[in-house]
Write a new protein. Structure first.
Length: 418
């Protein structure tokens, strides 16, 4: 059986091609696994390559007895995975159809590599994983060894095949119809966001050539940190035909989620709003939804983190001065995410000063839900939605609806070697 390797030569710092040539091919050869390598030549290409490979495999399987699940090796970042998931899975999700099982091996050659660094959190000393790295040729450096962990799990049947949870976002126009813009129906495998995070991704893309690596996210954050985004948000439990899953809110003083009844409505403005699936972090050390790893959500549920300036006891209205002052509150929260999720314990005292004390009213609100609806206030800045880095604009009077996708049945869907 042949595997397809898709390499994105421009993701991250452009390391995919060398990693495949120098480390991946020798390992596949030593395990007698035949392979085809395809390089992406433009945005969207990873998706079309995966789709035609899988359609070819389907045709083969119809002619002979079904074989093992097809395997894709993706050398790129979260955006490359996002393209594959959308090309292969979107129409099935839209039509409530099943897809065959697709097994994915990730080679983290992107910038953020959120999913990979969740599956393989970097070791504190930056060293390789001793157990699996013993199987690599002598002299393999620690960084390369780290990038080969998903591949080694696959080759040695040594790890887990973890099903990928997806969310489906629909961007609707003012009449409630799917907006006539590219990406108005889109799947995410990592993050769906609005507000500051979506603006950061938007600016970071403009900086790609200028600022290499994750540093461009910091530069982009500085440029957008003062922004507020007007919106009305609803967090919803799962639909009745799905596993029962109420909305839950994290209580930092008890260090646990508390179940809420029915729908939760949250008035803006927002500084920050994002939801994640499959990950507790968006970069190797930016752990924004930490309980996803330590207290995983039940099936059908996503994690939501949001920050609303109106919760600050010193909030005096949406003024330029008020926005400037709030930067002093949001920055420590984002820094806390870089300290292994310490942002969850940052709260306001009665005067609006922020302190590390889980007994105080938290600055970052942390929820779990099956679905959210984001309805921008007319004239506000909150019109960008980011799905794993792809940005979609909500038309005037419209809204975005993001729901966890019901799992594919009988083991179908995407599975990642971890
Ligand atoms: N040959 C190409 N030329 C230009 N763009 C490409 C090419 N191949 C793929 N792309 C685009 O490159 C983009 C970035 O890829 P990817 O997301 O994998 O890397 P990244 O953004 O550096 O990493 P991450 O998403 O983990 O931060 C994708 O959105 C894809 O559409």
């Amino acid at each position: 059986m042949s595997v397809l390797i898709i390499q994105n030569p421009v993701s991250g710092e452009g390391t995919a091609v060398d990693l495949i040539k120098n480390s991946v091919i020798p390992l596949l050869d030593s395990h007698s696994i035949s392979h085809t390598i395809q390089s992406t030549t433009e945005p969207g290409h990873a998706g079309s390559l995966a789709l035609s490979f899988l359609q070819g495999r389907c045709a083969e399987d119809k002619e002979s007895a079904p074989k093992d699940s097809p395997v894709l090796i993706l050398a790129g970042g979260d955006g490359t995975l996002h393209e594959v998931v959308n090309a292969v899975g979107l129409s099935a999700v839209e039509n409530s159809e099943q897809i065959q099982r697709v097994v994915i091996v990730i080679l983290p050659c992107g910038t953020a590599n959120a999913l990979y660094s969740t599956l393989f959190p970097p070791s504190p000393d930056g060293g390789p994983y001793p157990k699996l790295s013993a199987k690599l040729p002598a002299g393999t450096d620690a960084q390369t060894a780290y990038k080969l962990q998903s591949l080694l799990s696959y080759l040695d049947n040594a790890g887990r095949r973890r099903p990928l949870v997806l969310t489906h976002t629909r961007v609707l126009d003012k009449n409630g119809d799917l907006a006539p813009v590219s990406g108005s129906s889109i799947l995410s495998a990592v993050v769906t966001s609005t507000s500051l995070h979506a603006s950061i991704l938007d600016t970071a893309e403009e900086l790609r050539a200028e600022v290499p690596g994750v540093a461009r996210f910091s530069v982009a954050a500085e440029r957008n940190i003062h922004m507020w985004y007007g919106s009305h948000v609803q967090l919803l439990p799962s639909d009745s035909d799905f596993d029962s899953a109420p909305v839950q809110r994290y209580d930092p003083s008890a260090n646990k989620f508390v179940e809420l009844e029915g729908m939760t409505e949250l008035e803006g403005p927002y500084s920050y709003f994002l939801s994640t699936v499959n990950v507790d972090r968006l970069e190797p050390t930016f752990v924004i939804t930490p309980l996803a790893a330590t207290d995983p959500p039940s099936p059908g549920v996503m994690e939501v983190i949001l920050v609303r300036p109106t919760r600050d006891p010193s909030f005096e209205g949406d003024t330029p001065e008020g926005r400037k002052k709030f930067v002093e509150k949001i920055v420590p929260v984002l820094r806390g995410a870089f300290q292994n999720g310490a942002h969850l314990g940052i709260g306001y005292d009665s005067e609006g000063n922020i302190k590390e004390d889980p007994a105080l009213q938290p600055v970052a609100e942390y929820y779990r839900c099956a679905k959210w609806i984001w309805e921008p206030t007319p004239g506000s800045a909150g019109v960008l939605v980011c799905a794993d880095g792809t940005l979609v604009k909500i038309p005037g009077g419209g809204r975005a609806i993001c729901s966890v996708v019901k799992s594919f049945e009988e083991g179908g869907g995407f599975h990642i070697w971890a």
